[in-house]
Design a protein around this ligand. Structure first.
Ligand SMILES: [Zn+2]
Ligand SMILES: [Zn+2]
Length: 268
Protein backbone atom coordinates (compact mmCIF):
# COMPACT_ATOMS: atom_id res chain seq x y z
CA UNK A 1 0.00 0.00 0.00
CA UNK A 2 1.29 3.49 -0.85
CA UNK A 3 0.24 6.70 0.87
CA UNK A 4 0.70 10.24 -0.35
CA UNK A 5 -0.53 12.95 2.00
CA UNK A 6 -1.26 15.82 -0.42
CA UNK A 7 -1.99 18.39 2.29
CA UNK A 8 -2.92 18.32 5.96
CA UNK A 9 -4.31 20.93 8.34
CA UNK A 10 -6.93 23.64 8.68
CA UNK A 11 -6.13 24.99 5.18
CA UNK A 12 -7.21 21.73 3.56
CA UNK A 13 -6.92 17.98 3.90
CA UNK A 14 -6.44 15.36 1.20
CA UNK A 15 -4.70 11.96 1.30
CA UNK A 16 -4.14 9.68 -1.72
CA UNK A 17 -3.87 5.96 -1.00
CA UNK A 18 -2.98 3.27 -3.54
CA UNK A 19 -4.05 0.03 -1.89
CA UNK A 20 -2.64 -2.11 -4.70
CA UNK A 21 -6.05 -2.71 -6.25
CA UNK A 22 -7.71 0.73 -5.83
CA UNK A 23 -6.61 4.36 -5.59
CA UNK A 24 -8.65 6.34 -3.08
CA UNK A 25 -8.77 10.02 -2.22
CA UNK A 26 -9.57 10.70 1.43
CA UNK A 27 -11.19 14.11 1.97
CA UNK A 28 -11.58 16.89 -0.54
CA UNK A 29 -10.12 20.00 1.08
CA UNK A 30 -7.84 21.08 -1.81
CA UNK A 31 -8.51 21.99 -5.42
CA UNK A 32 -8.43 19.62 -8.38
CA UNK A 33 -5.40 21.54 -9.70
CA UNK A 34 -3.46 20.96 -6.47
CA UNK A 35 -4.45 17.29 -6.40
CA UNK A 36 -3.29 16.84 -9.99
CA UNK A 37 -0.04 18.83 -9.60
CA UNK A 38 1.01 17.07 -6.40
CA UNK A 39 0.18 13.63 -7.75
CA UNK A 40 2.12 14.38 -10.96
CA UNK A 41 5.14 15.49 -8.91
CA UNK A 42 5.08 12.04 -7.29
CA UNK A 43 4.74 10.28 -10.64
CA UNK A 44 1.02 9.61 -10.20
CA UNK A 45 -2.09 10.96 -11.92
CA UNK A 46 -5.56 12.01 -10.82
CA UNK A 47 -7.05 9.73 -13.47
CA UNK A 48 -5.94 6.78 -11.31
CA UNK A 49 -8.38 7.74 -8.54
CA UNK A 50 -11.31 5.29 -8.17
CA UNK A 51 -13.30 6.94 -5.37
CA UNK A 52 -13.44 9.82 -2.89
CA UNK A 53 -14.10 9.09 0.79
CA UNK A 54 -15.19 11.86 3.18
CA UNK A 55 -14.54 11.89 6.94
CA UNK A 56 -16.77 14.80 8.03
CA UNK A 57 -18.27 18.07 6.87
CA UNK A 58 -15.76 20.66 8.11
CA UNK A 59 -14.67 22.97 5.33
CA UNK A 60 -11.01 21.87 5.39
CA UNK A 61 -12.25 18.38 4.40
CA UNK A 62 -15.05 19.10 1.92
CA UNK A 63 -14.30 22.54 0.41
CA UNK A 64 -13.61 21.18 -3.11
CA UNK A 65 -15.84 18.09 -3.02
CA UNK A 66 -18.27 19.06 -5.79
CA UNK A 67 -15.53 20.02 -8.26
CA UNK A 68 -13.44 16.94 -7.48
CA UNK A 69 -16.46 14.67 -7.97
CA UNK A 70 -17.17 16.19 -11.38
CA UNK A 71 -13.54 16.42 -12.57
CA UNK A 72 -12.60 12.93 -11.43
CA UNK A 73 -15.98 11.41 -12.29
CA UNK A 74 -15.76 8.92 -9.42
CA UNK A 75 -18.15 7.95 -6.59
CA UNK A 76 -18.22 9.74 -3.24
CA UNK A 77 -18.44 7.59 -0.12
CA UNK A 78 -19.96 9.75 2.62
CA UNK A 79 -22.40 9.32 5.50
CA UNK A 80 -25.95 10.52 4.89
CA UNK A 81 -25.82 13.10 7.70
CA UNK A 82 -22.39 14.35 6.63
CA UNK A 83 -23.67 14.90 3.09
CA UNK A 84 -26.65 16.90 4.37
CA UNK A 85 -24.38 19.03 6.57
CA UNK A 86 -21.95 19.50 3.66
CA UNK A 87 -24.76 20.80 1.45
CA UNK A 88 -25.55 23.44 4.09
CA UNK A 89 -21.92 24.50 4.34
CA UNK A 90 -20.66 24.82 0.77
CA UNK A 91 -22.27 25.12 -2.67
CA UNK A 92 -21.66 21.57 -3.90
CA UNK A 93 -23.25 21.91 -7.33
CA UNK A 94 -24.53 18.79 -9.06
CA UNK A 95 -22.82 15.71 -7.64
CA UNK A 96 -23.22 12.17 -8.87
CA UNK A 97 -22.71 8.61 -7.68
CA UNK A 98 -23.12 9.15 -3.94
CA UNK A 99 -22.66 6.04 -1.83
CA UNK A 100 -23.57 6.21 1.84
CA UNK A 101 -21.73 4.50 4.66
CA UNK A 102 -22.63 4.42 8.34
CA UNK A 103 -19.80 5.29 10.78
CA UNK A 104 -19.07 2.18 12.82
CA UNK A 105 -19.61 -0.14 9.85
CA UNK A 106 -17.19 -1.52 7.26
CA UNK A 107 -17.63 -0.95 3.53
CA UNK A 108 -15.60 -2.01 0.55
CA UNK A 109 -14.32 -0.26 -2.55
CA UNK A 110 -13.27 -2.96 -4.99
CA UNK A 111 -10.99 -5.27 -3.03
CA UNK A 112 -10.21 -2.76 -0.29
CA UNK A 113 -12.02 -2.99 3.01
CA UNK A 114 -12.60 0.32 4.83
CA UNK A 115 -13.46 0.06 8.51
CA UNK A 116 -15.00 3.19 9.98
CA UNK A 117 -15.06 4.40 13.58
CA UNK A 118 -17.41 7.18 14.74
CA UNK A 119 -15.41 10.02 16.29
CA UNK A 120 -16.39 12.41 19.11
CA UNK A 121 -15.01 15.35 17.02
CA UNK A 122 -17.62 18.09 16.53
CA UNK A 123 -18.76 17.15 13.02
CA UNK A 124 -22.32 15.77 12.82
CA UNK A 125 -21.26 12.22 11.96
CA UNK A 126 -17.46 12.10 11.72
CA UNK A 127 -15.51 8.93 10.96
CA UNK A 128 -11.92 7.72 11.20
CA UNK A 129 -10.84 5.06 8.72
CA UNK A 130 -8.78 1.85 8.80
CA UNK A 131 -7.93 0.40 5.39
CA UNK A 132 -7.24 -3.29 4.91
CA UNK A 133 -6.11 -4.70 1.56
CA UNK A 134 -5.58 -8.22 2.84
CA UNK A 135 -1.80 -7.69 3.21
CA UNK A 136 -1.57 -4.70 5.50
CA UNK A 137 -3.64 -2.32 7.58
CA UNK A 138 -3.42 1.48 7.52
CA UNK A 139 -5.13 3.83 9.99
CA UNK A 140 -6.19 7.23 8.68
CA UNK A 141 -7.20 8.95 11.87
CA UNK A 142 -7.66 12.72 11.95
CA UNK A 143 -10.13 15.13 13.54
CA UNK A 144 -10.62 12.68 16.39
CA UNK A 145 -11.92 14.93 19.17
CA UNK A 146 -10.20 13.03 21.96
CA UNK A 147 -8.49 9.70 22.59
CA UNK A 148 -11.37 7.20 22.61
CA UNK A 149 -11.45 3.47 23.39
CA UNK A 150 -11.78 2.24 19.78
CA UNK A 151 -8.45 3.89 18.89
CA UNK A 152 -6.60 2.16 21.71
CA UNK A 153 -8.32 -1.15 20.94
CA UNK A 154 -7.33 -1.20 17.26
CA UNK A 155 -3.98 0.62 17.03
CA UNK A 156 -2.06 -2.62 17.68
CA UNK A 157 -3.52 -4.15 14.49
CA UNK A 158 -1.98 -1.46 12.26
CA UNK A 159 1.07 -1.60 10.01
CA UNK A 160 1.12 2.18 9.50
CA UNK A 161 -0.79 5.13 10.87
CA UNK A 162 -1.55 8.70 9.87
CA UNK A 163 -2.84 10.38 13.03
CA UNK A 164 -3.65 13.95 13.93
CA UNK A 165 -1.19 15.59 16.32
CA UNK A 166 -2.84 18.98 16.34
CA UNK A 167 -1.40 21.08 19.14
CA UNK A 168 1.24 21.43 21.78
CA UNK A 169 -0.47 21.74 25.14
CA UNK A 170 1.89 24.48 26.39
CA UNK A 171 1.62 26.52 23.19
CA UNK A 172 -2.18 26.33 23.25
CA UNK A 173 -2.31 27.37 26.91
CA UNK A 174 -0.05 30.37 26.17
CA UNK A 175 -1.81 31.35 22.94
CA UNK A 176 -3.80 34.52 22.42
CA UNK A 177 -6.88 32.45 21.54
CA UNK A 178 -10.07 33.37 23.40
CA UNK A 179 -11.07 30.87 26.09
CA UNK A 180 -13.97 29.42 24.08
CA UNK A 181 -11.67 28.54 21.18
CA UNK A 182 -9.00 27.05 23.47
CA UNK A 183 -11.73 24.99 25.16
CA UNK A 184 -13.10 23.84 21.79
CA UNK A 185 -9.71 22.64 20.56
CA UNK A 186 -8.71 20.81 23.73
CA UNK A 187 -12.25 19.59 24.54
CA UNK A 188 -13.63 16.20 23.52
CA UNK A 189 -15.09 17.61 20.28
CA UNK A 190 -11.87 19.25 19.10
CA UNK A 191 -8.47 17.81 18.32
CA UNK A 192 -5.85 15.70 20.07
CA UNK A 193 -2.50 17.07 21.22
CA UNK A 194 1.01 15.88 20.43
CA UNK A 195 1.16 14.12 23.79
CA UNK A 196 -2.20 12.39 23.26
CA UNK A 197 -1.27 11.25 19.73
CA UNK A 198 1.98 9.81 21.11
CA UNK A 199 -0.02 8.03 23.81
CA UNK A 200 -2.13 6.35 21.10
CA UNK A 201 0.96 5.36 19.08
CA UNK A 202 2.58 3.94 22.21
CA UNK A 203 -0.09 1.20 22.17
CA UNK A 204 0.87 0.10 18.63
CA UNK A 205 2.64 -3.21 18.04
CA UNK A 206 6.33 -3.46 17.24
CA UNK A 207 5.27 -4.04 13.63
CA UNK A 208 4.07 -0.48 13.11
CA UNK A 209 6.26 0.63 10.19
CA UNK A 210 5.75 4.38 10.45
CA UNK A 211 3.51 7.09 11.84
CA UNK A 212 2.68 10.25 9.93
CA UNK A 213 1.75 13.11 12.29
CA UNK A 214 -0.95 15.21 10.70
CA UNK A 215 -3.32 18.17 10.98
CA UNK A 216 -0.72 20.27 12.84
CA UNK A 217 -2.03 23.64 14.04
CA UNK A 218 -0.29 26.66 12.54
CA UNK A 219 -0.60 28.75 15.70
CA UNK A 220 -0.30 26.15 18.46
CA UNK A 221 2.21 23.69 17.08
CA UNK A 222 5.41 23.35 15.13
CA UNK A 223 6.89 20.30 13.39
CA UNK A 224 10.03 20.42 15.58
CA UNK A 225 7.94 20.56 18.75
CA UNK A 226 5.71 17.75 17.46
CA UNK A 227 8.63 15.46 16.70
CA UNK A 228 10.38 16.26 19.98
CA UNK A 229 7.26 15.42 22.01
CA UNK A 230 6.74 12.16 20.12
CA UNK A 231 10.40 11.19 20.49
CA UNK A 232 10.23 11.84 24.25
CA UNK A 233 7.24 9.48 24.51
CA UNK A 234 8.19 6.87 21.90
CA UNK A 235 11.99 6.84 21.71
CA UNK A 236 14.05 6.86 18.52
CA UNK A 237 13.07 3.61 16.81
CA UNK A 238 9.81 4.39 15.05
CA UNK A 239 9.95 6.18 11.67
CA UNK A 240 8.03 9.45 12.24
CA UNK A 241 7.03 11.95 9.55
CA UNK A 242 5.23 15.31 9.92
CA UNK A 243 2.60 16.00 7.25
CA UNK A 244 2.95 19.44 5.65
CA UNK A 245 0.24 22.11 5.99
CA UNK A 246 0.70 23.28 2.39
CA UNK A 247 2.64 20.66 0.43
CA UNK A 248 2.60 16.95 -0.29
CA UNK A 249 4.56 14.75 2.07
CA UNK A 250 7.07 12.26 0.64
CA UNK A 251 5.36 9.06 -0.65
CA UNK A 252 5.13 6.50 2.14
CA UNK A 253 5.06 2.76 1.49
CA UNK A 254 3.49 0.11 3.72
CA UNK A 255 5.09 -3.33 3.32
CA UNK A 256 3.04 -6.51 3.81
CA UNK A 257 2.23 -7.04 7.47
CA UNK A 258 4.61 -8.85 9.81
CA UNK A 259 2.04 -8.66 12.56
CA UNK A 260 1.72 -12.34 13.42
CA UNK A 261 -1.51 -11.94 15.33
CA UNK A 262 -3.02 -10.33 12.28
CA UNK A 263 -1.58 -12.80 9.81
CA UNK A 264 -2.97 -15.67 11.88
CA UNK A 265 -6.40 -14.01 11.89
CA UNK A 266 -6.20 -13.76 8.13
CA UNK A 267 -5.41 -17.41 7.57
CA UNK A 268 -7.27 -19.27 10.33
ZN1 LIG B 1 -12.90 18.82 11.70
ZN1 LIG C 1 -9.87 19.25 9.97
Amino acid sequence: MDVLCLQSGSSGNCVFVDTGSECLLFDAGISFRKVQTRLNEAGRDASEIDAIVISHEHRDHIGCLGVLNRKLNVPIHISRRTLRATEHRVPLGPVQDIQHFVPGETFTVGETSIETMPTPHDGVDGAAFTLDNGCSRFGLWTDLGCVFDDLLASVNTLDALLIESNYDEGMLAASAYPDFLRDRISGSGGHISNREAAEVISHASEHLQWACLAHLSDENNDPDVTLRTHRECLGDQLHLICADRYLATQPLRISPSKNLKLTQQMFF
